[in-house]
Design a binder for this molecule. Structure first.
Ligand code: GLA
Length: 720
């Protein structure tokens, strides 16, 4: 609900458990008065504007009792007395970047405006959400910024973006156009972020805020393995279950910044948006720039509460299409089983063995096109390598066994050794006078160009129209360098990175519209583009090339800070670190599948896999729709990790524990969360009965279970 209190000029945005309050001050300064636990409506006046004194801080000559330098500014700008990190910087016709936005008007309406070309949260019905638009204007540059906020009825999320229009007669340049700013009146927070690298994505890191700047960014052209576009501010001492936590996630797959700044008053500003480094956007008279969207959640129930708020929000308002609700086919992927070394018969043999195990889909990974037998050639040549493969026969055989069929693509890349490159050398991302850098023997294809997109998407479409493909894995295996496009004029070169991301979105949009039944899985050398932008197009993303189940714990726990279980591509592979049971228990958390040669399995392994397949079906609903509780996180404990899924009605729970390292102690009481304290739960298998209260307050006794290195156990609890 969004309400305007005219006498005190506040606008209040309420979600079920949170409030966000804006204040309009004399002079049209828009303030960020409050964000946190839900507030009543009647005493908001007491939030208003007592500001600390500000010696040395400049003021507007008409409002000398006010300085933007110390006020909680809702959308701070450059050059007008606020010396902290700003959200908007416009270089006007006079050549300076002084920008001064003032409130003009606002309106509230049901539903959510579209964001053409950009991924965003959505609501199925206008009655599910409400939107506030605040129009701000800089009289000098004639730039108008409409701040757009949407609140959802059914989850504690607020989505923000900004629509910036040049209402003047002269061209201006946006040098910084961020999506969101939140100013909090304290520095008593820890900044939580997810760092990583290839095969070690989304590692949890927590550090106390200090005066000055701290944060994360990507300049790699994609959201990247190295920092996920997510951050949380957790009040000092907040735990998984207690304390106030703010979560920020950027619905974008390119360069980003999330920066927190603590000022001399110990107040914290956090901003989210496209990284201003390397960004510049020309706005001719009448043109509009729309920033990507930032999602904000707040929880008074610790880090776990924040995660569950994101999970609910993304499950309902980000993931789209047929596969939002439908059970995803349990797949086997050829990559770790065969790498580039396969032919039609080998893949048919995978499908035959997989069928015996109950697996539902065969995915043919890299190596089926052009003349690709290793990673040195053929990206861009998206036609079947007929010397290696009879794709029609393969798909017919797979389908006649009752299995689905999936295929791999890397559409935004081009090998120098390809027909496409030989025909169009200027189609790769490059700048004049320099040979482009190479990574994994490949260049990046300039998908900011419509003609390039048309060619590559046209090639994909031809294959997908000719062959009945059920699933597509969309990969992206390098970072961008020498970021330039042969088509962009010099004065617009700062637009390249964003135009590249928009090009990717356009192709994924066409793909999902043209083939609405296709299950799309994004990927980027594992989880290098695991972000909400990609989730808008594909309901699942391959979480990491690292399939070692112990290493996967950190990756999956980290990923779960803001992304739901149903989005995490997780497979059992042949890696030797643990037995098949643990591998299956860990992969069951995600979308679940296999990445191994099914011809190489022992009878015992085949038996275990059949049981896992049955468990996948049995627990799909609970894992997909249930609430995740991280019970023991690998960043808090070197020996065990544990998590559970609890059904919405709290009648069912699946608890999983993994022993990462053997520990010379005997007692292990695992305190569960999210159960009904008054219900009595029975453990499937053992028949043990305990109240929810005992399981949560005293703990589930797991002494002696999963005792050795790399062992795991699962307990399925059902309420009577
Ligand atoms: C990336 C992916 C892998 C596989 C290879 C193929 O690394 O993450 O799963 O598809 O590319 O080249």
């Amino acid at each position: 609900m969004i309400t305007y209190n005219e006498p005190i000029r506040t606008i209040k945005l309420d979600t079920p458990h949170t409030s966000y309050v804006l204040g309009i001050r004399d002079g049209g300064f828009l303030l960020n008065l409050y964000y946190g636990r839900r507030l009543p409506d009647d005493d908001l006046w007491s939030l208003s504007n007592r500001l600390p004194s500000a010696s040395f801080s400049p003021s507007d000559p008409e409002y000398t009792d006010f300085s933007t330098d110390v006020a909680p500014m809702e959308y701070p700008t450059d050059g007008r007395g606020d010396f902290r990190v700003s959200a908007l910087s416009v270089r006007g016709a006079d050549g300076d970047s002084v920008t001064d936005l003032r409130y003009v008007s606002h309106r509230v309406f049901p539903g959510k405006p579209d964001m053409p070309g950009l991924p965003h949260l959505y609501a199925d019905r206008d009655s599910q959400c409400e939107t506030l638009e605040v129009t701000m204007r800089d009289p000098r540059t004639a730039v108008e910024a409409v701040l757009v906020y949407t609140v959802f009825e059914d989850c504690d999320a607020i989505a923000k973006h900004v629509r910036i229009t040049n209402r003047g007669g002269q061209t201006v340049k946006l040098e910084c156009a961020l999506s969101s700013c939140v100013d909090l009146p304290s520095m008593g927070y820890d900044l939580i972020t997810l760092w990583g690298r290839h095969a070690k994505e989304r590692q949890f890191e927590r550090r106390p805020l200090a005066h000055g700047l701290q944060g994360i960014r990507s300049k790699r052209g994609s959201s990247s393995h190295n920092h996920n576009p997510f951050a949380a501010l957790a009040s000092t001492g907040a735990t998984e279950t207690t304390g106030e936590v703010y979560g920020f996630n950027f619905v974008y797959s390119g360069n980003f910044t999330i920066t927190a700044e603590v000022d001399h008053n110990a107040a914290t500003r956090i901003v989210v948006g496209i990284d201003p480094a390397g960004f510049e956007w020309t706005l001719a008279p009448g043109e509009t720039f729309i920033t990507p969207e930032a999602v904000h959640v707040f929880s008074a129930e610790g880090i776990g509460g924040m995660s569950r708020a994101f999970h609910r929000c993304y499950g309902e308002h980000l993931i789209r299409g047929r596969w939002k609700e439908e059970k995803r086919p349990l797949l086997i992927n050829s990559w770790e089983a065969a790498f580039f070394d396969f032919d039609t018969d080998k893949l048919i043999s995978f499908a035959e063995r997989a069928k015996e195990l109950g697996i539902e889909m065969l995915v043919m990974d890299d190596g089926w096109f052009g003349k690709r037998d290793n990673d040195k050639s053929s990206l861009g040549d998206w036609f079947v390598n007929e010397k290696k493969l009879d794709l029609g026969r393969l798909i017919d055989s797979v389908h006649s066994m009752g299995l689905k069929f999936g295929i791999w693509y890397e559409p935004e890349m081009i090998s120098p050794d390809s027909e496409l490159y030989r025909a169009h050398p200027d189609w790769c991302v490059h700048v004049s006078g320099l040979a482009p850098s190479i990574a994994r023997h490949q260049y990046v294809l300039d998908v900011s160009r419509p003609d390039v997109r048309e060619n590559v998407y046209g090639q994909m479409r031809e294959v997908l129209c000719r062959y009945p493909v059920d699933y597509l894995k969309w990969d992206f295996n390098r970072n961008l360098s020498e970021a330039g496009s042969a088509l962009l004029p010099a004065e617009r070169s700062g637009e390249f990175f964003h135009r590249f991301v928009l090009g990717t979105y356009e192709m994924q949009d066409r793909l999902t519209r043209d083939f609405p039944d296709l299950l799309l899985e994004n990927c980027s050398g594992g989880g290098g583009r695991f972000d909400p932008g990609m989730l808008y197009y594909s309901p699942q993303i391959w979480a990491s090339d690292n399939t070692d189940p112990i290493e996967r714990l950190n990756i999956q726990f980290g990923t779960s800070l803001c992304y739901p279980a149903s989005t995490m591509g997780a497979h059992v592979s042949a890696c030797r670190r643990t037995g098949y049971r643990t591998k299956g228990d860990v992969a069951l958390w995600g979308t679940f599948g296999y990445e191994l040669d099914p011809n190489d399995l022992t009878d015992e392994e085949r038996g275990i896999i059949k049981e896992q397949v049955a468990e996948y079906h049995k627990f799909w609903d609970l894992i997909r729709r249930g609430s995740l509780y991280r019970l023991i996180c690998p960043w808090d404990n070197d020996f065990v990790s544990a998590w559970s899924f609890v059904s919405e009605d709290r009648k069912e729970a699946l608890v999983t524990l993994v022993r990462m390292r053997r520990q010379e102690e005997t007692l292990l009481r695992l305190k569960l969360q999210g159960l009904d304290p008054d219900a009595v739960y029975t453990a499937e298998g053992t028949g043990g009965r305990c109240s929810g209260a005992l399981l949560m307050y005293a703990g589930l006794d797991l002494t002696g279970e999963a005792w050795d290195d790399g062992e795991s156990c699962k307990i399925h609890l059902v309420a009577e």
